[in-house]
Design a protein around this ligand. Structure first.
Ligand SMILES: [Zn+2]
Length: 139
């Protein structure tokens, strides 16, 4: 399954908004809350495509996955899974110590600097165009 054209547009709008915000990192679930997209897998796949094409970069976060209590504290992160797997970590909140496995890794995404600049540049052009239109409307 892939995202539909409508969903793609919504996700892109979400990314545009983020590009203007101070948000550095976001989760696929945040995109789903903002849009009508209902499949986490599709959202994730679409963002992976954008990583390939340079709009986004992926960051893997190690979350505390203690089964006794719901902790979910972020303990570490890296650009690749390999840098984190089999690492020994300890949680400073709940004291849980464990060896990182793929189950403890959660993907987050960041908008690339280049894409952020392009989006911002685009917006400037749009507002200039509006100004121009208004100018001509007066004449
Ligand atoms: Zn913990």
């Amino acid at each position: 399954m892939t995202v539909t054209l409508k969903e793609k547009r919504e996700l892109n709008n979400f990314l545009d908004l983020l590009a203007f915000s101070t948000v550095k990192r976001f989760y696929p679930t945040a995109a789903m809350n903002y849009t009508q997209v209902t499949s986490l897998e599709d959202t994730y796949d679409y963002f992976l495509d954008l990583v390939e094409s340079g709009e986004l970069s992926i960051v893997w976060e190690v979350k505390c996955t203690s089964e006794k209590i719901i902790c979910a504290r972020k303990l570490d992160d890296a650009q690749s899974k390999e840098m984190l797997l089999n690492k020994e970590v300890a949680c400073d909140i709940c004291g849980h110590e464990f060896t990182v496995s793929s189950n403890d890794l959660f993907p987050a995404f960041e908008i690339s600097t280049e894409y952020r600049e392009i989006v911002r540049e685009d917006k400037k052009k749009t507002s200039n165009r509006l100004k121009i239109n208004r100018h001509f409307a007066k004449v």
